[in-house]
Design a protein around this ligand. Structure first.
Ligand SMILES: Nc1ncnc2c1ncn2[C@@H]1O[C@H](COP(=O)(O)OP(=O)(O)O)[C@@H](O)[C@H]1O
Ligand SMILES: O=C(O)C1=C[C@@H](OP(=O)(O)O)[C@@H](O)[C@H](O)C1
Ligand SMILES: [Mg+2]
Length: 182
């Protein structure tokens, strides 16, 4: 029997708290689909020539949030080819960004409990918001603050805690095809 023709994929956008796997899963989706891949943090670093910690230190968080809105606007007016977009964990804070994200395509929230997030990223030093005396407490507070924003923005939620990266990628691609053909 012939393979059925697979519908084209929409933009796939990954949201969720630091350490939930947006960058990792984004790269894996890129490998699986060959769609272009953009990580908003990496794009901001390229465009400014500064690292995320430097931007926070020199210009402050509010300026970083302006840069995030800027890259979402660039993607909205950019190429019509679908792409995989990994975002930074705080991109949903701004109402304008939540609107832009939903308009851009299929938004997936990689939901992950705070203990798992902490285990995954406690040894990394490239997340300025976690350079605090109690990083686990910071993650818990951010989860409380941002949970409604992730819920509001996502078309699909996946609980990643006990899933392998390949299972998550497979689940996203199956749902993205259905989303496109609705
Ligand atoms: N599903 C998963 N299972 C186990 N480890 C994971 C999973 N997803 C991501 N990781 C690990 O967690 C860490 C943070 O992932 P990353 O992709 O940088 O998260 P984010 O971009 O959301 O902050 C990395 O070391 C990555 O290998
Ligand atoms: O949650 C946040 O506010 C941030 C998350 C980071 O991205 P990851 O979620 O990819 O770590 C990065 O954008 C910056 O450090 C701020
Ligand atoms: Mg990331």
């Amino acid at each position: 029997m012939k393979d059925p023709v697979r519908p084209p994929l929409p933009n796939i956008i990954l949201i969720g708290l630091m350490g939930c796997g947006k960058t990792t899963i984004g790269k894996e989706l890129h490998r699986e689909t060959n769609l272009r891949f953009t990580d908003t943090d990496q794009l901001i670093e390229q465009q400014t020539g500064m690292s995320i910690p430097q931007i926070f230190k020199i210009h402050g968080e509010s300026h970083f949030r302006d840069l995030e809105t800027g890259v979402l606007r660039q993607m909205q007016s950019g190429s019509r080819h679908s792409r995989i977009i990994s975002t930074g964990g705080g991109i949903t804070i701004r109402p304008e960004n939540r609107k832009l994200l939903k308009e851009l395509g299929f938004v997936v929230w990689l939901h992950t409990d705070v203990n798992t997030l902490y285990q995954r990223i406690s040894r990394c030093s490239n997340r300025p918001l976690l350079q605090a005396p109690d990083p686990r407490g910071v993650l818990a507070r951010l989860m409380d603050e941002r949970l409604p924003f992730y819920q509001e923005t996502a078309h699909l939620t996946i609980d990643t805690a006990n899933l392998h990266i390949h299972e998550i990628t497979f689940g996203i691609l199956e749902s993205a095809r259905v989303f496109r053909s609705r």
